[in-house]
Design a protein around this ligand. Structure first.
Ligand code: ATP
Ligand code: MG
Length: 335
């Protein structure tokens, strides 16, 4: 009888597909917003080309990884191939040129953990942060975007999870909860683990793209046009995946012993990563391996208080998906 009830519940879940798709559609930025971003990038490209002819600007983060919400600020990286770059000097010079070019609210934050210049473009109304030589972020942005092109269900799931995390205030790294980047990796990992899988593990395939960044070789199969039918053997729908995702993080994940890894498309042991004890501020209470900086745990911001908050929110979401007649409304209720 239990199995029957479970199956009934799983089958019934499909009636929530339409509302979830509607939420997803309401979160996608409009085409004209992307046009404005391009317009701003072209202007910045021009300015940079005058000062540093050999430098190049890259978009990274949610404005370029296909998981961006409307009205987000854009993140830009200035890549300068120079042996002795003085970041502060460059940022100050950049701030100067931006001001003379009539950009507004220009501010060089040279002492920040990640030094940046902030600016607002009065023409498009877009705010922007420019950092220097943060090439790994550009590469991991491309990895996320490449995954999103394989199966449309990733974008649906990730938008819904991000929307949930923002509504429930568990997308605040300075308060010990997870970054959007971490949530998208959790979604990719979840879809890699489905059976049959919805996403492949691009880093385990024959590389078609490879760049060295600092001391890290970033290589993976990026010819994703070839993989557009990869997930078609799996017929799970968005409501089912949202249900399964929260169920996994509420009741299925072994927080004490395991690490989720998009790089290997599998679950690793904390032991093999030597993430079993606290080192400095890294407590490893929820472990999400960065796909390229493999010593980097994206869960390292989580502390003994915020882990409880997170797990309670996962459980709340799972319960809503199990029981609530209208999960779509309840899930995103503001905290
Ligand atoms: P949001 O819509 O919330 O602004 P976002 O995609 O911009 O989402 P962030 O978490 O702000 O996500 O991260 C921006 C980018 O910075 C990511 O896409 C990623 O490339 C990089 N990044 C963020 N956090 C890390 C991290 N801990 N380690 C490595 N790269 C990171
Ligand atoms: Mg961002």
């Amino acid at each position: 009888r239990m199995v029957k009830r479970y199956m009934a519940c799983r089958n019934d879940i499909h009636r929530h597909d339409a509302p979830f798709i509607a939420v997803f559609k309401s979160l996608i930025p409009a085409e004209e917003e992307l046009e404005k971003q391009k317009q701003l990038m072209a202007k910045l490209d021009n300015l940079v080309a005058k000062e540093w002819p050999n430098a190049k600007l890259y978009l990274y983060g949610s404005c370029a990884n296909s998981f961006g919400f409307p009205k987000s600020d854009i993140d830009v990286c200035l890549a300068i191939d120079d042996d002795d770059v003085n970041k502060s000097e460059i940022l100050l010079k950049l701030a100067d040129s931006l001001e003379s070019d009539n950009f507004q609210n220009v501010q060089a934050l040279t002492r920040a953990r990640v030094p940046i210049v902030k600016l607002m473009d009065p023409v498009t109304g877009i705010s922007c942060d420019i950092c220097i030589n943060n090439v790994l972020a550009v590469v991991n942005t491309k990895l996320l975007r490449d995954y999103s092109m394989i199966d449309g269900r990733l974008r649906q799931l990730a938008f819904i999870v991000k929307h949930w995390a923002k509504s429930r205030k568990v997308n605040e790294t300075y308060q010990g909860t997870l970054s959007s980047y971490a949530y998208v990796l959790m979604c990719i990992h979840y879809l890699q683990q489905r059976s049959p899988p919805i996403l492949p593990c691009l880093q385990e395939m024959e590389p078609t793209y490879s760049v060295g960044v600092d001391n890290i070789q970033c290589a993976y199969f990026d010819n994703v046009g070839r993989l557009s039918t990869f997930g078609s053997g799996n017929r799970e729908t968005i409501a089912e995946l949202v249900w399964g995702f929260f169920n996994y993080w509420a009741y299925g994940h072994d927080y004490a012993n395991t690490v989720v890894s998009v790089r290997t498309g599998s679950i690793l042991g904390k032991r093999e990563k030597d993430w079993t004890r606290r080192v400095g501020n890294d407590r490893h209470l929820i472990c999400i391996e960065d796909p390229f900086e493999t010593s980097h745990d994206l869960g390292r911001v989580v502390d003994k208080f915020s882990i409880r908050v997170l797990r309670e929110e996962f459980e709340r979401a799972a319960k809503i998906m199990h029981q609530d007649p209208n999960p779509c409304a309840k899930l995103f209720e503001p905290y």
